[in-house]
Design a protein around this ligand. Structure first.
Ligand code: HEC
Length: 119
């Protein structure tokens, strides 16, 4: 039933005129991901940041996370398998290519990365 849910989600995104999810293997591009994390930095880029709404939540650090883990988490938020209101809205607005790029970007970060302030 999971597949049906994804299919429905894709149709829903197309209906809303958002970039649709593409089938098949995608290769993440960390360079492209760099420009796509602009909307993530607000929560994930501030050390120890806690969201104020709907409750106080700690936004986890993404830099250096495993690429598959980031991808799976975003897809789980998008499909609703993992529940978190804000992340659901954000993940559902990303195309599969966006997810692959963003995951590649975060996975490429290390403590010594020049761009580590974006974690
Ligand atoms: C409004 C604040 C906010 C924004 C913006 C935001 N996030 Fe999140 N994100 C959170 C919070 C809070 C959590 C923890 C939710 C939970 O407990 O499941 C989270 C969880 C995650 C996780 C799971 C991490 C883990 O350790 O399990 C990933 C991956 C993630 N976000 C990626 C992103 C990406 C990529 C973007 C930008 C496209 C983004 N987030 C934008 C607040 C935000």
């Amino acid at each position: 039933m999971k597949a049906n849910k994804r299919y429905a989600l894709t149709l829903g995104m197309l209906a809303l005129g958002m970039p649709g999810a593409h089938a098949g293997e995608l290769t993440g591009n960390a360079e492209a991901g760099k420009t796509k994390v602009a909307m993530c930095i607000g929560c994930h880029g501030i050390p120890g940041y806690r969201t104020a709404y709907p409750e106080v939540y700690h936004a986890p650090k993404l830099g250096g996370q495993n690429v598959t883990y980031v991808e799976k988490s975003l897809k789980a938020y998008a499909s609703g398998d993992r529940r978190f209101q804000t992340m659901h809205a954000i993940a559902a607005s990303l195309s599969e290519q966006d997810i692959a790029d963003v995951a590649a970007y975060y996975a490429a970060q290390t403590a010594g990365s020049k761009s580590s302030t974006l974690k």
